[in-house]
Design a protein around this ligand. Structure first.
Ligand SMILES: Cc1ncc(COP(=O)(O)O)c(C=O)c1O
Length: 242
């Protein structure tokens, strides 16, 4: 998800920054540093390295306009996690090497600057699971639906309605039947009266029945906090820290 470059609702256009820095000086405000955020959910280490290099170069070129030395340089985040089939975990070694080079340069070129990374889902996404209980099993024209007691109201991202262009299934399992041999193809749907309330579309899962628990992995980021919990008045999700 690209969040920098071109016309954007975020931040300050680069070409306006020198004027802004001058205004900061005139106003007698204390300048601390730059916060540059170029995107989110990136699984290509090379493009994260490129974005970090470019962000560093940008800050360096703007340093000539700053009223005081740069004390903080936030290079953003963007470290993705694998959600969908075929996606690979990020190659951190390459990013580490790149940051080492940037840090060595910064030590010379902006010695007062503390370098900052701003990670979200990479820190917590894989640490959280969403659990919802099957309340009904329905067969409609040959397709099996397992209806659960929570849906897009608790986990908008897993329903595919939070930035996905083509809907894909999050990793899902029947939590109390892990390793069970017998499988079937089912769709997991929430209790809301909208076809958007779909948590898994025709996935092969362990055969399950009402009372069983559906688990959605990779749910520690952009879960409850990114979901419309008030929509249709169902109970709110319960968050448990273990
Ligand atoms: C300014 C800023 N910082 C951090 C994040 C966290 O991003 P992510 O969860 O992709 O690491 C975002 C997400 O959009 C953001 O806009």
């Amino acid at each position: 998800m690209k969040m920098g470059g071109g016309p954007k609702q975020f931040g300050i256009d680069v070409e306006q920054v020198p004027e802004l820095l001058a205004a900061i000086k005139t106003a007698g405000l204390q300048f601390a540093g730059f916060h540059i955020f170029s995107g989110s959910q990136n699984l290509k280490a090379e493009s994260i390295c490129e974005a970090q290099q470019k962000s560093y170069e940008l800050a360096l070129s703007l340093a000539q306009h700053t009223p005081e030395p740069i004390r903080f340089l936030n290079l953003g985040g963007g470290f993705g996690i694998p959600y969908f089939p075929g996606e690979q975990a990020l190659d951190l070694a390459m990013i580490g090497q790149n940051l080492k080079q940037i840090a060595a340069r910064a030590a010379q070129e902006m010695p007062e600057a503390e370098l900052i990374l701003e990670l979200g889902r990479y820190l917590v996404g894989e640490a959280g699971i969403y659990v919802t209980q099957i309340v009904d099993r329905k067969i409609s024209r040959g397709q099996t639906f397992l209806v659960v007691d929570g849906g897009l109201n608790h986990h908008l991202a897993a329903s595919g309605n939070f930035g996905q262009v083509i809907r894909k299934n999050y990793p899902v399992a029947i939590g109390n039947r892990m390793g069970q041999g017998e499988k079937e193809t089912v769709s997991i749907v929430g209790p809301l009266c909208t076809p958007l309330d779909l948590l898994a579309d025709r996935m092969e899962l362990s055969v399950a029945k009402p009372g069983d628990f559906v688990v959605i992995f990779q749910s520690g980021a952009y879960g409850a906090s990114a979901s419309p919990q008030g929509f249709l008045g169902h109970p709110e999700v319960i968050e448990v820290l273990v």
